[in-house]
Ligand binder design. Structure first.
Ligand code: NAD
Ligand code: MLT
Length: 524
């Protein structure tokens, strides 16, 4: 049974994909509710209210996936999740339109004093001269952060006859030209805009992006909007610039602390506010809930998640192509880990043939996860495999080669250990499956699965018989057997696939046989 916790208010209709799962129990309770079995929870669904920090992850040892029903993941410690191998997914575009429309509604309300006028009329006043506004038409809108939401705002601003100046370090001149907007520096936007709206994520770089120093570069009478994240506009600086009349008005949907409590900005009539409503439409809530519920379901069905923050994004089609190699890479990693027992300094992976067209870094991570899984007492997977290697001082290299050794594809791995080096090569053959075709200078051909015995021996008559006899005497059935040698009477290897694993005593008996150099039991 998979225990899935939905900690924040998430559309019930959107959760349908999870509610349909027969092997899942969906718990809709706050994460701090004492009735929640934190140690059993495998998936956690949140909006922005639940803070998912390291302390919480510590209490949730079974947690495998955190799903954010929205865009911003600033309430999740993604680094801590990555370290623990927890996948973080979000719903990047389900609320884009709602957030853009809300920003536009705030902009129009701010410029036409709609909330103030509304309250006045309800107070039985009729002050037509007190609420004279400013047109949007012909004004310059400055957008900081032209991602999904910023782009939708730019389109709407153009339709209103505004000119749009944008600052986004990742925006190309070509895209700006296509959109009919002006791309410039932060200073360009600050100095030219009549209205400035921010649409970046909250990061250490964007925290306090609009502060006393940057605000002093803006036009006197500028209007400001923050419908992205509290803190991108420094609230203290904003209060100062509203009080001294430099900023003509501000519209805020988000705050440095939420809920904001007594906030000095609330005393200004020209500051209008909403309680983080950007994504609060029926449509957006259904979209984001459905997106993350599908992601979590796919995760439990062992299918690729599409919108992971800490894994490469992969479509279903691509995943189907990469799946056999993903399995092969994991098996190779696990085999190597069981053969090379000493410390390892370097793992280099070379891809050749058809596999090079796929996401090879993902395969390298799978190989590392297979390698570390048996070695360290932590959840290692594709999310934290590179980090795990780095933390343990293992250098990881990845190369592409044109040498396919006669196969249509190859994954070749070389490990530099403290005592010796080790190399292995695998391939995936259509309608046949994964094969290991080379180990340490020996050509061989076996299926990497089940209970394997990798025996290095001297090529002399009788060795195979002696090994077979010991296994037979102990009722261990040999399913397949492959041998390889370099020259008659020289070093040789055999790979036996047995129907059950051997205990240490039987491995020792084999080890003591004449002409046996070494034995590794590999369980895949
Ligand atoms: P996005 O990732 O598509 O766009 C963010 C853009 O910001 C990117 O183009 C990026 O290049 C740019 N950027 C990053 N750092 C920057 C910097 N230092 N200066 C300038 N630009 C920078 O994200 P999005 O979907 O457009 O959402 C933006 C933010 O809006 C989210 O991170 C979220 O915090 C917020 N949001 C709020 C609500 C709400 O309810 N109020 C709803 C949805 C999203
Ligand atoms: C988001 O980042 O998607 C928004 O903050 C929406 C939300 O969760 O309310």
């Amino acid at each position: 049974m998979h225990y899935i916790l939905v900690s924040d208010a998430i559309s019930e209709e959107g959760l349908a994909p999870l509610l349909e799962m027969e092997d899942a129990e969906i718990i809709q309770k706050r994460v701090d509710d004492p009735e929640v079995p934190l140690d059993k929870i495998e998936a956690l669904l949140v909006r922005s209210a639940t803070k998912v920090d390291e302390e919480l992850m510590e209490k949730m040892p079974s947690l495998k996936i955190i799903a954010r029903a929205g865009v911003g993941v600033d309430n999740i410690d993604v680094q801590a999740a990555t370290k623990r191998g927890i996948i973080v997914v979000n719903a990047p575009d389900g609320n884009t339109i709602s957030a853009a429309e809300h920003t536009f509604a705030m902009m129009a309300s701010l410029m036409r004093n709609i909330p103030q006028a509304h309250q006045s009329v309800k107070n039985l006043e009729w002050k037509r001269n007190a609420f004279v506004g400013t047109e949007l038409y012909g004004k310059t809108l400055g957008i900081i952060g032209l991602g999904r939401i910023g782009s939708e705002i730019a389109k709407r601003a153009k339709a209103f006859g505004m000119s749009v100046h944008v600052f986004d370090p990742f925006l190309t001149k070509e895209r700006a030209q296509q959109m009919g907007i002006i791309s410039g520096s932060l200073d360009d936007v600050l100095m030219n805009a009549d209205i400035i709206t921010v649409h970046t994520p909250l990061t250490p770089k964007t925290k306090g992006l609009l502060n006393e120093q940057t605000l002093s570069k803006t036009k006197k009478g500028v209007f400001l909007l923050n419908c992205a994240r509290g803190g991108i506009i420094d609230e203290k600086a904003l209060a100062k610039f509203i009080a001294n009349g430099h900023v003509a008005g501000a519209a805020l949907d988000v705050f440095e602390t939420e809920p904001p409590g007594e906030n000095p900005l609330f005393k200004f009539d020209n500051v209008i506010v909403t309680p983080h409503l950007g994504a609060s439409t029926k449509e957006a809530q259904l979209n984001v809930a459905t997106q993350v519920a599908k992601e979590v379901k796919m995760y439990f069905e062992d299918k690729p998640v599409l919108n992971s923050i800490n894994l490469p994004a992969m479509s279903k089609d691509i995943y189907e192509k990469i799946r056999p190699f993903h399995h092969l890479a994991k098996q190779i990693g696990s085999m190597l880990s069981q053969c090379v027992k000493e410390g390892v300094n370097e793992i280099s992976v070379t891809y050749s043939g058809s596999v090079v067209d796929l996401e090879t870094t993902y395969l390298t991570k799978a190989l590392l996860s297979g390698f570390f899984k048996n070695r360290i007492d932590a959840n290692v997977n594709e999310v934290n495999a590179m980090l795990t290697a780095k933390e343990r001082g293992v250098t990881v290299g990845e190369k592409i080669s044109s040498n396919t050794f006669g196969y249509s594809n190859c994954i070749s791995v070389m490990i530099k250990g403290d005592i010796r080096n080790y190399s292995i090569r695998g391939t995936f053959i259509e309608n046949y499956g994964p094969r290991i075709v080379y180990i340490n200078d020996f050509n061989i051909d076996f299926f990497p699965d089940g209970n394997l015995l990798y025996i290095q021996h001297i090529d002399r008559p009788g060795v195979i018989g002696r090994v077979g006899k010991i296994l037979g005497d102990h009722h261990i059935n040999i399913a397949t057997m492959q041998v390889g040698r370099k020259e008659v009477g020289g070093e040789a290897i055999m790979i036996l696939s047995c129907d059950k694993p051997l205990d240490d005593e039987k491995v020792k008996l084999l080890q003591e046989l004449d002409d046996i150099v070494s034995i590794n039991q590999i369980i895949l």
